[in-house]
Design a protein around this ligand. Sequence first.
Ligand SMILES: NC(=O)c1ccc[n+]([C@@H]2O[C@H](COP(=O)([O-])OP(=O)(O)OC[C@H]3O[C@@H](n4cnc5c(N)ncnc54)[C@H](O)[C@@H]3O)[C@@H](O)[C@H]2O)c1
Length: 283
Amino acid sequence: MEIKKLGIIGFGQMGAGIAQVFAQSGYEVVGVDINEALMTKGLKGIEKRLAGRVEKGKMTPEEKEAVMARIKTSTNIEDLKDCDLIEEAVPEDLELKKKIFSELDRICKPETIFGSNTSGLSITDMAVATKRQDKVMGMHFHNPAPVMQLLELVKTIMTGEETIETVKKWGATLGKTVVVAPDVGGFIVTRLFTPFLLGAIRMLEAGIATRDEIDVSMKLAVNHPMGPLEVVDFIGLDTELSIAESLYEETKDPKYAPPLLLKKMVTAGWLGRKTGKGFYEYK
Ligand SMILES: NC(=O)c1ccc[n+]([C@@H]2O[C@H](COP(=O)([O-])OP(=O)(O)OC[C@H]3O[C@@H](n4cnc5c(N)ncnc54)[C@H](O)[C@@H]3O)[C@@H](O)[C@H]2O)c1
């Protein structure tokens, strides 16, 4: 099947970035979110990033307008009905994602392929919420989606070969490098990276080093562009907690157990950049 029209459900931090990737690659995009204000914020973010590209001479003002014109937004899930591929980027909550997929399954044509941007939840569980289990895959974009080069695809034991081949080819049209991972908790990236991030929180919690000592050390010693605590602020502490909880539940491996400090900060509403406060403060 030829993929022409794309849908995104959940137009938050990741959804808006992914919409930009899709539209910049020439696709028509429909973005759906239940929160109109967040959708407006997402569109403004896209506009700002594209304006930055125009300023740097990487894009003409006309190209910027054409990209913006390819993105339509709506609060009505029914507006996704004629999309060829839909990427879900709602919060990291398996029950919510299953509900979304079951609703999309009812609305969309039978050929539509469904993708999930989950950081590590079970794609198999999402697929069985639909009647098109061969057409559901993980399609894990990384943050910020317009910048990060990797597209981590996740196949379940039910994903059809035709779906995998179609999605791999489509991923290349987005200018991304595609890897295919099996449906195990956290896939490749989150499974490896999460113990490192949680370890940094535990180190802070135990008083072994300060926030700045941890972040500066990892930036200067390992050449990471951001320290681990900056990264957790960037991801969102709520998202990081959900990731840790689901990985711990699946593996029972203590390296995935969420640190108490992370839980307390989420309870306090300190979710990182998106709320203006996490391990750092943001204006
Ligand atoms: N933040 C990251 O660094 C990162 C990186 C890779 C993958 N992810 C994954 O991407 C997904 C989204 O994460 P995010 O950081 O963009 O979260 P976010 O909280 O910024 O955005 C989620 C959006 O979903 C919307 N939403 C909630 N319920 C909805 C519903 N029923 N219908 C439509 N929209 C709904 C919210 O209004 C919000 O705008 C998660 O699964 C997360 O694990 C996040």
